[in-house]
Design a protein. Structure first.
Ligand SMILES: CC(C)(COP(=O)(O)OP(=O)(O)OC[C@H]1O[C@@H](n2cnc3c(N)ncnc32)[C@H](O)[C@@H]1OP(=O)(O)O)[C@@H](O)C(=O)NCCC(=O)NCCS
Length: 134
């Protein structure tokens, strides 16, 4: 397994994985500040994207890095790839001078909630989004 920066020209190869995580993201711009991929058996097995947000409800510092996307293909899960991706994100964030990494998870995503906990993320707050059509 290799964790490395996503290379220019890999958008097409990554898009199916992005769409598995975010089915509505067909026009994903890959504009995140850090785009890491995991390579396993010669194929892209997962990714982690981080942006530097002006602020995040998850963090004390502002600005702060936020884990925007974290995904490992089903056949590759539970083998440490997700952990390795997040560890590489943490290294990058530390190198940028940050001391926190934020993230968010839908409350029904039990696997991700559990995995965040195993990786040392601490729950901060729960939010209900609302929408009113105008
Ligand atoms: C969340 C996800 C990225 C984890 O990737 P992964 O490669 O399976 O993770 P790892 O194998 O590195 O596991 C990391 C830790 O989480 C735990 N973990 C992973 N999946 C788990 C699950 N389904 N249930 C319970 N614990 C789990 C592992 O046991 C491990 O802890 P440990 O090292 O202390 O044993 C992967 O399950 C995934 O892509 N899920 C679908 C997309 C998603 O929900 N992404 C997150 C959106 S917020």
């Amino acid at each position: 397994m290799l964790i490395r920066m996503m290379q220019s020209g890999e958008q097409t190869a990554l898009l199916p994985l992005v769409l598995d995580l975010w089915p509505d993201a067909g026009d994903y711009q890959f504009a995140d500040d850090l785009k890491l991929v995991a390579e396993a058996a010669g194929a892209i097995a997962g990714f982690a994207f981080v942006t530097i947000r002006p602020f995040s409800n998850a963090c004390v510092e502002a600005p702060c890095p936020h884990l925007e996307g974290w995904y490992v293909a089903p056949d590759h899960r539970r083998r440490g790839i997700g952990r390795a991706l997040v560890a590489a994100c943490e290294d990058w964030c530390r190198a940028q001078g940050f001391s926190e990494l934020g993230s968010d998870v839908l409350l029904d995503n039990r696997a991700s909630l559990e995995a965040h906990g195993r990786l040392g993320f601490e729950p901060v707050e729960r939010v209900q989004y609302f929408r009113k059509g105008l």
